[in-house]
Design a protein around this ligand. Structure first.
Ligand code: HSE
Length: 311
């Protein structure tokens, strides 16, 4: 009986202004999915480890299993498969946890069926899984988690995703306040329309950040990491957000934004020494608001979802 274990990295959806289109894979965090052939013709979830909230073991309600079943559908195969999910990412944290599980589920089943699906097919299958839990159809977490580096979703239907590259100098300070914000809820608070000035600024910043990742240009990223369209609405759900941002910038960060739909925020620098100070000051400010945090100083992950064990 074959088995395969896969790791899918965490991601920063939106990279600030690029709502639903830009995303970046990061090092050091992610989810694992192990898939193994079992007797029978059904896909079942055998175990879920390290989950901080209840995650459904019903294959119709679980992001990794939905993605996995979608891959089986693409191959037109019915097989007995057992999934073991190990969460490295908290739920509702803004680090693309449901996307990572879905990406790992899709890639694991593709491998178990001897591979052959394109990246676009893997992304499409994983998007089905994520859509179930997030209430939206977007690829800004799934695409970088599968492909690595930064990605741009050009279109959802038909799916067109561009891999942009990475920025060698970029150091990311990720601070995750220990509160949960579900993507579904934080999409519901967004207005249907935005002002012309916010649209123009976000469009210019998104285009500039796209160019920054294509050209490995840290300066271009730091000069454009500003989101005028979405942040004003979502920041209200993150206690102390404005003060944390001031603390980040005052202690030397070149920018700070919400990761995906929050509550994780990320600051950027190109100095290892500054990163430690920025991290300390941001955490201190969250603590002042009575909020405990997890924190990580990291870099972009150039690799996407990968097989770490196959038997
Ligand atoms: N683009 C999505 C959003 C990402 O901001 O709602 C969710 O992580």
């Amino acid at each position: 009986m074959k088995s395969v274990k896969v790791f899918a990295p965490a991601t920063i959806g939106n990279i600030g202004p690029g709502f639903d289109v830009l995303g970046l894979a990061v090092d050091g965090l992610g989810d694992f999915v192990e898939a193994r052939e079992i007797p029978g013709h059904k896909l079942v979830i055998e175990d879920i480890f390290n989950a901080d909230h209840d995650i459904s073991t019903n294959p119709d309600k679980n992001t990794a299993a939905i993605a996995a079943n979608e891959i089986l559908r693409m191959f037109n195969i019915r097989k007995g498969i057992g999934l073991i999910i190990t969460k490295g990412l908290p739920s509702g944290s803004g680090l693309g946890g449901s996307a990572s599980s879905a990406a790992a589920g899709a890639v694991a089943i593709n491998e178990l069926c001897n591979g052959g699906l394109s990246n676009d097919q893997l992304i499409q299958a994983a998007m089905k899984g994520e859509a179930y839990v997030s209430g939206g159809y977007f690829a800004d977490n799934i695409a970088p988690s599968i492909l690595g580096g930064a990605t741009l979703t050009q279109s959802i239907n038909p799916l067109k995703v561009l891999k942009l590259g990475s920025i060698d100098e970029l150091i990311i300070i990720l601070i995750t306040p220990k509160i949960q914000i579900l993507t579904k809820d934080s999409r519901d608070v967004l207005p249907k329309n935005i002002s012309r000035s916010a649209f123009i600024e976000n469009m210019a910043n998104t285009a500039s950040i796209t160019a920054a990742f294509c050209n490995n240009d840290y300066s271009l990223l730091k000069d454009n990491l500003r989101d005028l369209a979405i942040e004003p609405y979502r920041s209200k759900f993150i206690p102390g957000f404005d003060k944390v941002k001031i603390a980040a910038l005052d202690s030397g960060a070149d920018g700070m934004a919400i990761s995906g739909s929050g509550p994780t925020v990320f600051a950027i620098t190109n100095s290892k020494k500054k990163a430690k100070i920025i991290e300390r000051e941001m955490v201190h400010e969250f603590n002042n608001h009575g909020i405990e945090c997890n924190m990580l100083i990291t870099v972009p992950s150039k690799s996407g979802t990968r097989i770490i064990k196959a038997n």
